[in-house]
Design a protein around this ligand. Sequence first.
Ligand code: PTJ
Length: 251
Amino acid sequence: MIPRSHPRYQSLIKRELLVEGFEKGIVAPAGLIAHGRGETFDYLIGERSEDFAILAEKAAVAKMLMARNPVISVNGNVTALASADIVELAKLLNAKIEVNLFYRTEERVRKIVEEFLKYGVRILGDKPDARIPGLEHKRALCTTEGIYSADVVLVPLEDGDRAQALKNMGKFVITIDLNPLSRTARTAHITIVDELTRAVKNMIDFAKEINDKEAERILSHYQNKVILAQALRHINKRLEKLATDFQALQA
Ligand code: PTJ
């Protein structure tokens, strides 16, 4: 039991959710490694949603609100950390949810589907009937109703290869990834450089606020490469300032 007073309470809770998810067979072993990598970048960013994240979150919501068939793809980590909020976001955006695993086993798919059933939601993905072209093995599996026919896909914590394959299919790809240098971050049309649980909560708020006219305005100004540059400059500036502060303490 982690005491609420612990200075790293939020971070420790996320770790606990991941470990629990792993023990339940929802999170892949590599999911624990991926989380550690994310934590490192969050430390560098400062563990808050910066302007570059907020702008990307607004643009993502705008794009999904205007989409014909928006789909939110979920994996083990996303299920363990944010299933309740993903359900709320999907309802607000009128989006489908599909389980799409990198390390696919039918048992993990079943457990993730069951996890979402707890919220009364029947997600797609346990009966795949299509493949994402250009990908080998089971990670290509998807459904015609969901990812295969989607025009806009939100793929949080995604593998770079699959993000590229979805883009090659002509889809508009939105990701949430704390690493602005990852292949997925660089491939996506909209990259939300923010921690998953913070990003989804912000998106829920924006989905309640943004109307069609505003959605168009937000998208007409959005430039993803500028957002990535802002994220890198933020880390750079922050580290430079911290280094200066350390140096001053020594003087
Ligand atoms: O459940 P599966 O089988 O689909 O597997 C899921 C993982 C995440 C293991 C798989 O997709 C994978 O290996 O992903 P990668 O290539 O490690 O990429 C995950 C990215 O998400 C990395 O760039 C991490 O920095 C980032 N990341 C990790 N945790 C978070 C995060 N970004 C935002 N919020 C997080 N909590």
